[in-house]
Write a protein that binds this ligand. Structure first.
Ligand SMILES: *Cc1c(COP(=O)(O)O)cnc(C)c1O
Length: 360
């Protein structure tokens, strides 16, 4: 068996311990004589898996009782529609557009009501987070929407926007469980799990219970109503059962690693190694304003497209996978999620140093 250092933005690296455990349990889950993939989602055994996963997530994030936790399907993108369908009571919402994912959510919301772009960083190819301390929040806005960590551009909100009392909705797909988060500051916070937590397809929604009502936009499909899933404890229909089981294992792994404070320290240490090198390198440079740098996604360039392509090719040959930047921005991007070991980042920087010497 040989594993590469996988810098993919998503689906992304998972902890080896988790993968090994899942492999060990593949044929016979703890004496059941079957795989988790094969069992009824209504069985006692599965009930224990999903309940334990929820309890562990609640403890990791200190989620209070007045918040619901839902394991849903359709990935993060499904939420782009589900959020306005369920929350746009006045049919008005404010969007802060800091990248492709926020833009997609903003465009989707326009189908359902009046979505206002109240701030954007598109003028500088989304390389910064706009000042959100005093935005023109619409008086009748049902919510203010952000994408907290911009996976493609490598920026992160270090400070949440001042919503002037409006409900904050946040897409945390690519920074989920990378550091502590105060859930009570949001009305709804959600993330596709394939960046930091598990297999693609599962999306976790953490939502203030008082926002979960039957009062949704006319025509909202049953499957897209939060109330249906909240009342059924994520078991209205067959959930993405195997995916949730892996998420549960990742929650246990994070607990074992010391929880979210320890994750944060580890992630800061890893990111520093890479950013420090980018700041001193004479060949490579980061593309993001320093204050807004993400701990998870680190885009960088040489300034020469041919050299970028050469780097991607040679790094792949040396065992560093998926360093090519997103197709919309080019260059390179190293995604260094929770499960990327510090050795992976150190090895990458050593490789970059060598490449720099050879290509000066
Ligand atoms: C990957 C990603 C998405 C899209 O996730 P899907 O599960 O493919 O729909 C949305 N938002 C952010 C921030 C992402 O990183």
């Amino acid at each position: 068996m040989s594993r590469v250092y996988n810098f993919s933005a998503g689906p992304a690296v998972l902890p080896e311990e988790v993968l090994k455990e899942a492999a060990d349990e593949m044929m016979d889950y703890r004496g059941c004589g079957m795989s988790v993939m094969e069992m009824s989602h209504r069985s006692k055994v599965y009930d224990d898996i999903i309940k334990t996963a929820e309890a562990d997530l609640r403890s990791l994030l200190s989620i209070p009782d007045d918040y619901e936790v839902m394991f849903l399907q359709g990935g993060a993108s499904q939420q782009f529609a589900m959020i306005p369908m369920n929350l746009m009571k006045n049919k008005v919402a404010d969007y802060i557009v800091t990248g492709q994912w926020a833009k997609k959510a903003y465009q989707e919301a326009q189908i359902y009501g009046k979505a206002n772009k109240i701030a954007s960083s598109e003028d500088k190819t989304f390389s910064y987070i706009p000042d959100c301390s005093d935005l023109p929040i619409s008086p009748d806005a049902d919510y203010v929407y952000i994408c907290e960590n911009n996976t493609i551009y490598g920026t992160k909100f270090k400070k949440l926007p001042n919503t002037k009392g409006k409900t904050l909705v946040s897409d945390v797909s690519s920074c989920f469980l990378s550091e502590p988060m105060d859930v009570t500051r949001y009305g709804l916070v959600y993330g596709g799990v394939q960046k930091n937590i598990g297999p693609a397809g599962v999306v976790i929604v953490i939502m203030k219970k008082e926002l979960i009502t039957e009062d949704v936009l006319p025509g909202t499909p049953t499957m897209l109503r939060y109330k249906i899933h909240a009342d059924a404890k994520s078991l209205y229909n067959t959930p993405p059962a195997y995916g949730i089981y892996i998420c549960g294992k990742v929650f246990k792994w994070i607990q074992k690693m010391g929880g979210l404070e320890a994750m944060k320290q580890r992630n800061e240490e890893k990111a520093k190694i890479l950013y420090d090198f980018l700041d001193e390198s004479s060949l490579f440079k980061g593309t993001v304003v320093k204050e807004d740098r993400s701990l998870m996604n680190v885009p960088f360039i040489t300034g020469n497209e041919e050299l970028d392509a050469k780097f991607v090719k040679e790094s792949k040959a040396a065992g560093f996978e998926n360093l090519k930047g997103h197709r919309s921005v080019g260059g390179m991007r190293a995604s260094i999620y929770n499960a990327m070991p510090i050795e992976g980042v150190k090895a990458l920087v050593e490789f970059m140093k060598k490449f720099e010497v050879e290509n000066k």
